[in-house]
Write a protein of this length. Structure first.
Length: 257
């Protein structure tokens, strides 16, 4: 089994597969220094697009692929759809649930980072930016606001002219997010629609403080099958491996990373 990971859901699935006796290779993009790695085999680095992933699938013949990458990792998700189709390998998308808007939320939707940046001047002047280090350049033209940029690793320039960088990793707590926003006098939160529970506390804090939130909407998944929790993904994998056993194919195997 190949798990395209780098997320908590990917780690949990890989470890559940490992406990079930199913050989698993977890693939991490390698963009984060000292990533949290699951049990089982782990490979670091990209495949070289859809063609490279097709070659890997053809050589190693996993029974299936589970794409558990970040909801905004559109490039690898699209490559997985193409490669699995060409290699004849079943594909499942494990995607964390979307956040639900609750009473008191002051959300403003943006289709992309550039539009989110354009919306900032009319909504706030002290911004907590949590859209990831790779997208920070989109906010460099914004000169009318101060940014607290929180991400897993130092972002590459260009950065907004008025900013401070906080390198930190979740999960976060409501109390911690409230303290952070109050300490820096944050009046606007900008985030991607990543979903899941690990980073939801910032939305709860913004709601409690009455702050507006710019939410960059996530792209729709191109995968043929999508689930939103690890248990459902594990059931799907078991069904696939059971079908493979009925067809005379081994359901566990060693796959070099």
């Amino acid at each position: 089994m190949l798990v395209l990971g780098g997320t908590r859901e990917g780690r949990e699935l890989a470890e559940a597969l490992h406990r079930s006796g199913i050989s698993v290779v977890s693939s991490l993009a390698g963009r984060v220094r000292n990533p949290r790695v699951p049990r089982g085999d782990v490979r670091i680095g990209g495949f070289g697009g859809a063609r490279g992933l097709t070659r890997w699938l053809t050589e190693h013949r996993p029974e299936a692929v589970v794409d558990a990458t970040h909801p905004f990792a559109a490039q690898i998700s699209a490559a997985a759809v193409s490669a699995c189709r060409d290699a004849g390998v079943p594909l499942l998308r494990l995607e964390r649930p979307r956040w639900r808007r609750l009473p008191g939320d002051r959300w403003h939707s943006a289709p992309d980072l550039a539009q989110a940046a354009e919306m900032i001047p009319r909504l706030g002047s002290r911004v907590l930016l949590t859209t990831g280090r790779q997208g920070v350049a989109a906010f460099a033209p914004v000169t009318s606001a101060w940014f607290l940029i929180r991400c897993l690793a130092e972002p590459e320039p260009p950065l907004p002219p008025n900013c401070s960088v906080l390198v930190d990793r979740g999960p976060y707590t409501l109390g911690g997010e409230l303290a952070l926003m109050r300490a820096h006098r944050i009046d606007l939160l900008v985030t991607k629609e990543s979903g899941g529970r690990d980073t939801q506390a910032k939305l709860d804090a913004a709601r409690q403080l009455g702050l507006p939130v710019i939410v960059v909407t996530r792209p729709s998944s191109p995968a043929p099958a999508v689930v939103d929790d690890v248990g459902a993904a594990l059931s799907w994998v078991r069904d696939v491996t059971a079908e493979g056993a009925l067809e005379g194919r081994p359901h566990t195997r060693e796959m070099p990373a």
